[in-house]
Every structure is written in structure tokens, then in C-alpha cells.
Ligand binder design. Structure first.
Ligand code: ADP
Ligand code: MG
Length: 266
């Protein structure tokens, strides 16, 4: 039996209607009783079109959003029940890589400062000195395919693919178990996408990471994920082994998504 890293248990999120000039709009059900579980060491894909609730679920896992119902458990612990010190430790264990490597790096910070920032934030847990942090930053840069001389450069000196590598190095800095990858290659050129996906696969093997991979791109999910859940307007409509779902989709939504996939030449 595989060990469960992350368990989403019947999670709902209803946003109250927004107030506007014309009164209050209808409440929005962003998640409607979502359940799934991610095993240690696997890549779990979450696929759905825009507005289906992917970001809401990701933010809930990061404890940035409070679900209206249900529970989220990380390594068996309910996020809602954690004490403040436990929550701080949890923040080091779950990290995220965002879609846009241009928007997610502060242009005024050097690569050194970007990559060591999580080690400063989690100093209480990691306890690294300044020189140890720099040493670790160099190791992380090498791990993601960059070089030590990149340490004192700034984000504008890098291409999109290199910036995403910096974001990945930053995400790895606190030694996480779980990476939330929110469309990590969607903003990149196709040729660069493959390189970053290969890097992610390689890192997962080397570091034993668990991935929660959010995407609207089924070809990418098929390449990287072991299991997948399809989400439609806040409901999981199908989930299971990636290969099974691609070979024999059960629901109309899955058939539609898979039918719309460009042929991948092998
Ligand atoms: P996705 O990431 O799959 O595009 P989201 O989780 O961003 O989907 O959004 C799901 C639904 O919740 C959408 O209908 C969106 O408009 C709504 N929504 C998201 N955030 C808020 C918010 N802060 N307030 C009200 N509605 C929201
Ligand atoms: Mg989103």
C-alpha cells in the first residue's frame, strides 16, 4: 500500500457573491465536494479548463484559502487543525511553481537573494548560516541546470526557460516533499517546455519528490503524470490511472478533452 502524501477529502469552496453597483451577484461554487489523494513519490495531474476550480484547490492546499467544507490532510494531518508552529513547518514542506516565470521573480532581487529567501524565511527550521545558504544556492542552481556564475545576476538577464529553472531552484530551497506545479510550462516556447518537463522528471527521480501538476494541456499531463483527475466546474468528473483514462475515457467530458488533443508524434 502506498503512503498518502496529500488527501483532499470532500472539499468545497463557495465564494460569496461580489458586491457591485447593481447589488450582490450570485455566490460561486468553485469546488463542489472534491476528493482525491496523492501518493508519496507520484505525479498527480489535475486537468480542467479555465474557471474549473484548479487555482482555488491549489490555494486551499497552500492554506491561502479556507474551504467551506471538507478537509485537506498533508502527511495525515488536517491543515485546519495545525498549530502556528506546525503550519510554519508545513510551509517549508509544500512549495509551488507558478505558470509565469516573468511575473513570479522580483526583478530587483539577484538570483542569490531569490534562491536563498526561503532559507531565510525558514531559518528557524533550517538554521543555515549566510555562507551555508550561498553554498546551498549554488548546489540548487547546478541541480536545475544553471551555473554558479548565475548567482549574482538578475532575472532580466535570463530567458523564460532559465527563469523557470530559477523558480524551481527557489521552490526546492526549503527541501519540500510536495511541489504544486501550476501550469509550469504553459508560458514557455514549445522547445523549452520539453526541457523543463525533462528537468522536472529528473528532479523527481533524484529527490523523490511528489508532484501535484495542474494543467489544461493533456499532452503534458500524459507525459509527466502517473494518475490524473479531470475537473469540470468544481466537480471531479473522472480520475484514475493516466494511461487508462487516455485509452478508455468514460465520461463525455474526458472524451471531449482527449478528442481535442493534438496528435503527439512519437
Ligand atoms: P481555474 O484556476 O481552474 O481557472 P479558479 O479556481 O480560478 O479556476 O476559479 C473557479 C471559479 O471560482 C471561477 O468561476 C472563478 O470566477 C471563481 N472565483 C475564483 N476566485 C474567486 C474569488 N476570490 N471570488 C469570487 N469568485 C472567485
Ligand atoms: Mg487558475
Amino acid at each position: 500500500m502506498s503512503e498518502i502524501m496529500l488527501e483532499i477529502d470532500n472539499v468545497s469552496k463557495i465564494y460569496p457573491g461580489r458586491r457591485s453597483l447593481f447589488g450582490r451577484s450570485q455566490p460561486v461554487t468553485a469546488l463542489n465536494g472534491v476528493s482525491l489523494s496523492v501518493n508519496k513519490g507520484e505525479s498527480y495531474g489535475l486537468v480542467g479548463e479555465s474557471g474549473s476550480g484548479k487555482t482555488t484547490l491549489t490555494r486551499s492546499i497552500l492554506h491561502l484559502e479556507t474551504p467551506t467544507g471538507g478537509a485537506i490532510r498533508f502527511q495525515g494531518k488536517d491543515l485546519q487543525q495545525l498549530s502556528a508552529p506546525e503550519l510554519r513547518r508545513l510551509r517549508a514542506r509544500i512549495q509551488i511553481v507558478f505558470q509565469d516565470p516573468y511575473a513570479s521573480l522580483n526583478p530587483r532581487m539577484s538570483v542569490h537573494d531569490i534562491v536563498t529567501e526561503p532559507m531565510v524565511i525558514h531559518h528557524g527550521i533550517m538554521g543555515l548560516s549566510h555562507s551555508q545558504r550561498t553554498e546551498r544556492a549554488v548546489e540548487l542552481l547546478c541541480l536545475v541546470g544553471l551555473a554558479p556564475q548565475h548567482l549574482h545576476r538578475f532575472p532580466h538577464e535570463f530567458s523564460g526557460g532559465q527563469r523557470q529553472r530559477i523558480c524551481i531552484a527557489r521552490a526546492l530551497a526549503s527541501g519540500p516533499d510536495l511541489l504544486l506545479l501550476d501550469e509550469p510550462t504553459s508560458a514557455l516556447d514549445v522547445s523549452v517546455q520539453a526541457q523543463v518537463l525533462n528537468l522536472l522528471c529528473d528532479l523527481q527521480d533524484r529527490l523523490g519528490l511528489t508532484y501535484f501538476f495542474i494543467s489544461h494541456d493533456l499532452a503534458v499531463v500524459r507525459y509527466i503524470c502517473d494518475r490524473v483527475a479531470l475537473i469540470y466546474r468544481g466537480d471531479i468528473v473522472e480520475q484514475g490511472d493516466c494511461q487508462c483514462i487516455f485509452d478508455t475515457p468514460q465520461t463525455d467530458y474526458a472524451k471531449m478533452l482527449i478528442g481535442a488533443m493534438p496528435e503527439v508524434s512519437v
